[in-house]
Design a protein. Structure first.
Length: 164
Protein backbone atom coordinates (compact mmCIF):
# COMPACT_ATOMS: atom_id res chain seq x y z
CA UNK A 1 0.00 0.00 0.00
CA UNK A 2 1.52 3.30 -1.03
CA UNK A 3 1.78 5.83 1.77
CA UNK A 4 2.43 9.36 0.57
CA UNK A 5 2.65 12.82 2.12
CA UNK A 6 0.03 15.00 0.43
CA UNK A 7 -1.13 18.59 0.89
CA UNK A 8 -2.90 19.12 -2.41
CA UNK A 9 -6.47 20.47 -2.34
CA UNK A 10 -7.67 17.35 -4.18
CA UNK A 11 -6.53 15.20 -1.25
CA UNK A 12 -8.51 17.36 1.21
CA UNK A 13 -11.60 17.12 -1.01
CA UNK A 14 -11.18 13.34 -1.26
CA UNK A 15 -10.82 13.09 2.52
CA UNK A 16 -13.99 15.16 3.09
CA UNK A 17 -15.94 12.99 0.62
CA UNK A 18 -14.86 9.82 2.43
CA UNK A 19 -15.86 11.21 5.85
CA UNK A 20 -19.23 12.54 4.60
CA UNK A 21 -20.22 9.00 3.63
CA UNK A 22 -19.57 7.65 7.15
CA UNK A 23 -22.23 8.46 9.76
CA UNK A 24 -20.49 7.30 12.95
CA UNK A 25 -17.00 8.13 14.23
CA UNK A 26 -15.09 6.71 17.15
CA UNK A 27 -14.00 9.85 19.03
CA UNK A 28 -10.96 9.35 21.25
CA UNK A 29 -10.32 11.72 24.16
CA UNK A 30 -8.05 11.82 27.20
CA UNK A 31 -9.94 10.28 30.12
CA UNK A 32 -8.91 10.02 33.78
CA UNK A 33 -7.27 6.61 33.21
CA UNK A 34 -5.92 7.14 29.69
CA UNK A 35 -7.39 7.28 26.22
CA UNK A 36 -11.13 6.64 25.84
CA UNK A 37 -13.08 6.09 22.63
CA UNK A 38 -16.79 6.15 22.02
CA UNK A 39 -19.04 6.23 18.95
CA UNK A 40 -20.59 9.58 18.08
CA UNK A 41 -22.92 10.42 15.23
CA UNK A 42 -21.38 12.81 12.72
CA UNK A 43 -23.60 15.89 12.42
CA UNK A 44 -21.65 17.83 9.81
CA UNK A 45 -18.37 17.70 7.92
CA UNK A 46 -16.96 21.00 6.64
CA UNK A 47 -14.99 21.51 3.43
CA UNK A 48 -11.89 21.87 5.59
CA UNK A 49 -12.52 18.44 7.22
CA UNK A 50 -13.73 19.97 10.48
CA UNK A 51 -16.32 17.68 12.05
CA UNK A 52 -19.27 18.50 14.33
CA UNK A 53 -20.93 16.21 16.89
CA UNK A 54 -23.79 16.77 19.36
CA UNK A 55 -23.44 15.55 22.94
CA UNK A 56 -24.84 16.22 26.40
CA UNK A 57 -23.09 18.88 28.47
CA UNK A 58 -23.06 16.46 31.42
CA UNK A 59 -21.43 13.62 29.44
CA UNK A 60 -17.93 12.25 30.06
CA UNK A 61 -16.88 13.23 26.54
CA UNK A 62 -17.90 16.88 27.11
CA UNK A 63 -15.97 16.95 30.39
CA UNK A 64 -12.89 15.38 28.79
CA UNK A 65 -12.93 17.75 25.81
CA UNK A 66 -13.14 20.73 28.16
CA UNK A 67 -10.03 19.51 30.02
CA UNK A 68 -7.88 18.38 27.07
CA UNK A 69 -8.72 19.53 23.55
CA UNK A 70 -6.50 17.03 21.73
CA UNK A 71 -8.71 14.34 20.13
CA UNK A 72 -8.80 11.80 17.33
CA UNK A 73 -11.76 10.61 15.32
CA UNK A 74 -11.67 7.29 13.46
CA UNK A 75 -14.06 6.58 10.60
CA UNK A 76 -14.55 3.35 8.69
CA UNK A 77 -16.80 1.64 6.21
CA UNK A 78 -16.27 -1.38 3.98
CA UNK A 79 -14.03 0.53 1.54
CA UNK A 80 -12.40 3.38 3.48
CA UNK A 81 -10.73 4.19 6.76
CA UNK A 82 -9.82 7.64 8.13
CA UNK A 83 -7.93 8.77 11.22
CA UNK A 84 -8.50 12.49 11.87
CA UNK A 85 -6.52 14.38 14.53
CA UNK A 86 -7.02 17.86 15.87
CA UNK A 87 -8.24 20.14 18.60
CA UNK A 88 -11.80 20.10 19.85
CA UNK A 89 -13.94 22.59 21.68
CA UNK A 90 -17.39 22.68 23.16
CA UNK A 91 -19.79 25.01 21.40
CA UNK A 92 -22.89 26.25 23.22
CA UNK A 93 -23.99 28.82 20.64
CA UNK A 94 -27.76 28.35 20.22
CA UNK A 95 -27.75 29.60 16.62
CA UNK A 96 -25.14 27.01 15.63
CA UNK A 97 -27.01 24.26 17.48
CA UNK A 98 -30.24 25.20 15.66
CA UNK A 99 -28.40 25.29 12.32
CA UNK A 100 -27.11 21.71 12.78
CA UNK A 101 -30.18 20.28 14.54
CA UNK A 102 -32.02 17.54 12.64
CA UNK A 103 -34.45 14.70 13.33
CA UNK A 104 -31.66 12.17 13.91
CA UNK A 105 -30.15 14.42 16.60
CA UNK A 106 -33.56 15.07 18.15
CA UNK A 107 -34.02 11.31 18.61
CA UNK A 108 -31.11 11.29 21.10
CA UNK A 109 -32.18 14.28 23.19
CA UNK A 110 -35.27 14.99 25.26
CA UNK A 111 -34.27 18.67 25.23
CA UNK A 112 -34.42 21.21 22.42
CA UNK A 113 -31.29 22.83 20.91
CA UNK A 114 -31.82 25.89 23.15
CA UNK A 115 -31.11 23.78 26.26
CA UNK A 116 -27.75 24.30 27.97
CA UNK A 117 -27.58 20.48 28.32
CA UNK A 118 -27.27 20.20 24.51
CA UNK A 119 -23.77 21.09 23.27
CA UNK A 120 -21.70 20.65 20.15
CA UNK A 121 -18.19 19.30 19.87
CA UNK A 122 -16.26 20.87 17.04
CA UNK A 123 -13.20 18.93 15.89
CA UNK A 124 -10.89 21.37 14.16
CA UNK A 125 -8.78 19.01 12.07
CA UNK A 126 -4.99 19.37 11.97
CA UNK A 127 -4.07 16.25 10.03
CA UNK A 128 -5.53 13.05 8.70
CA UNK A 129 -4.55 9.73 7.28
CA UNK A 130 -6.82 7.78 5.01
CA UNK A 131 -6.79 4.39 3.39
CA UNK A 132 -9.13 3.58 0.56
CA UNK A 133 -9.82 0.35 -1.28
CA UNK A 134 -12.49 0.86 -3.95
CA UNK A 135 -12.96 -2.91 -4.24
CA UNK A 136 -13.89 -3.20 -0.58
CA UNK A 137 -13.18 -5.97 1.88
CA UNK A 138 -13.25 -8.76 -0.73
CA UNK A 139 -10.64 -6.98 -2.84
CA UNK A 140 -8.51 -6.49 0.27
CA UNK A 141 -8.75 -10.21 1.10
CA UNK A 142 -7.96 -11.20 -2.50
CA UNK A 143 -4.90 -8.92 -2.52
CA UNK A 144 -3.68 -10.49 0.71
CA UNK A 145 -4.18 -14.05 -0.60
CA UNK A 146 -2.44 -13.18 -3.88
CA UNK A 147 0.48 -11.76 -1.92
CA UNK A 148 0.76 -14.93 0.16
CA UNK A 149 0.70 -17.14 -2.95
CA UNK A 150 3.12 -15.07 -5.08
CA UNK A 151 5.36 -13.83 -2.28
CA UNK A 152 4.86 -10.27 -3.49
CA UNK A 153 3.51 -7.52 -1.22
CA UNK A 154 -0.24 -6.96 -1.25
CA UNK A 155 -1.48 -3.77 -2.93
CA UNK A 156 -4.86 -3.24 -1.30
CA UNK A 157 -5.49 0.42 -2.17
CA UNK A 158 -4.47 4.03 -1.76
CA UNK A 159 -3.19 5.80 1.33
CA UNK A 160 -2.23 9.38 2.05
CA UNK A 161 -1.43 11.75 4.89
CA UNK A 162 -3.12 15.14 4.59
CA UNK A 163 -2.13 18.28 6.48
CA UNK A 164 -5.18 20.42 7.09
Amino acid sequence: MAHEKATHIDEVEKLVEIIKDIKIAMLTTHGPDGLESRPLSVTEVGNDADVWFFTAASSDVAEQVSKDQEVNAAFSNDKSWVSLSGKSNLVTDVAKKKELWNSAVAAFFSQEPESPEVVLIQLKSDSAQYWENPGGVLSLAASWVKGKVTGEPAHPGDSATVDL
